[in-house]
Design a binder for this molecule. Structure first.
Ligand code: PLP
Length: 394
């Protein structure tokens, strides 16, 4: 092992200005650090941007997804079709409610849930018996109940094929949840990510398109679901409950006002932030398409706008990704394998008995995907440095 080199380029960076700093400082001059006016301001900005009836800010993207699962009535033994090529939170929120994730392998080009396989799985699981068995995990599913929902993910800022997923959901009466935590600003056939399912979730960790430090937000047009999710984020207090009355089993999933003020200031700059990220992605694409041994991200024809979250290239089969990553790190270029498949995480293997080979497309992408340093504040010189180093090492 060679000695670690400090990175010459950060893996990711938030894009913050004095507007954000002043917004947070402004909150500190008030006593309203939580449940104050910044929450409504941040949520209204989302209703305006997404065009949704409701926006419910929460303490993280994971918390938001969990509330969507609760609001969809997903419970013990319920089957939910979802993707193994995602950040673990999209599956974990199902496990929180003792539901059973039924993994659907992904499209090899986009990395999004394969819509035809999703339809096939729904048909087989509703039919039951032997046809259903092939979709279920080897162990640990317990007594499985009904097929209840589809939880899809807009991977790397590119929407899944929601028209086809939605058709399957309608045909079998399933709930539809959009994990749009990587896709704020993306568009599918001209429609914004966040409007493509019954409810959708965004996330604001500092590597996302906008940040609140930690935070998340749910958008939905469903009045009843919104009412329930507002209660659940606030310790189960329904409208009319006093501070010590709790109609539901709830959580403290509230966002605080400092974070909301930061988020509202970032929302004012959203288009600028998205365009800067698009520019960096275009610098990469232009430079990397000339380099042999790697492939740049594929953009589906249904994607009318990518919201660049990460820049993940694929190394050709036969190239040793780990060695490549190691050599880049030695030269000050940090990179990450992206994603490690969910079904092969140790706790998933232990519980459900998954093995290599169970979801071959996901595994292939997981073995060949490499995220390069990426953010809206990267300069053209930094992109050039990454590309030059990559070219030299390859
Ligand atoms: C970031 C992300 C989340 C939520 O992350 P938090 O850290 O809980 O805000 C969920 N799903 C996906 C696909 C993500 O990328």
């Amino acid at each position: 092992m060679s000695k670690p080199v400090p990175p010459l380029v950060p893996m990711s960076s938030p894009d913050l200005t004095d507007a954000e700093r002043q917004a947070v400082m402004g909150v500190l001059q008030t006593p309203n650090l939580s449940m104050g006016p910044q929450i409504g301001k941040f949520e209204d900005a989302f209703c305006g941007y997404i065009g949704s009836k409701h926006a419910i800010s929460v303490s993280s993207g994971t918390a938001g997804l969990h509330l969507c699962v609760r609001a969809a009535g997903i419970g013990p033994g319920d089957l939910v079709l979802t993707t193994p090529f995602s950040f673990v939170a999209s599956t974990n929120v199902l496990l929180f409610e003792q539901a059973v994730p039924v993994f659907i392998d992904v499209d090899p080009l986009t990395g999004n849930m394969d819509p035809a396989l999703t339809a096939q799985a729904a048909r087989d699981l509703v039919a039951g018996g032997k046809a259903a068995q092939r979709w279920l995990p080897r162990t640990g599913a317990g007594t499985t109940g009904n097929l209840k929902a589809i939880l899809g993910v807009d991977v790397f800022g590119q929407p899944a094929d929601w028209d086809t997923l939605g058709a399957t959901a309608r045909e079998y009466g399933l709930g539809l949840i959009e994990d749009s935590c990587e896709a704020l600003g993306a568009e599918y056939k001209g429609r914004k990510a966040g409007t493509l399912a019954d409810s959708a979730v965004f996330a604001f960790y500092p590597n996302k398109q906008i940040t609140t430090g930690e935070g998340g937000l749910i958008v939905t047009d469903n009045d009843q679901a919104a009412l329930l999710m507002r209660a659940l984020r606030n310790q189960g207090r329904a409208p009319g409950d006093t501070w010590l009355q709790h109609t539901h089993l709830g959580y403290n999933y509230r966002l605080d006002d400092l974070s909301a003020a930061l988020g509202a200031a970032q929302m004012n700059r959203l288009e600028e932030l998205l365009v800067k990220r698009e520019t960096v992605a275009e610098w990469y694409r232009f430079r990397l398409t000339k380099i042999a041994g790697i492939t740049v991200p594929f953009i589906d024809k249904t994607t009318t706008r990518v919201s660049w979250f990460v820049y993940v290239i694929r190394v050709d089969p036969g190239i040793d990704r780990e060695a490549l990553a190691q050599r880049l790190a030695e030269r000050g270029i940090p990179v990450r394998p992206y994603f490690l498949p969910i079904h092969l995480q140790p706790y998933m293997v232990e519980r459900f008995g998954y093995r290599s080979g169970d979801f071959p497309v996901t595994e292939d992408l997981g073995e060949r995907g490499l995220a390069l340093p990426f953010s809206g504040v990267m300069t053209e010189e930094q992109v050039e440095l990454v590309c030059q180093t990559l070219e030299a090492v390859l």
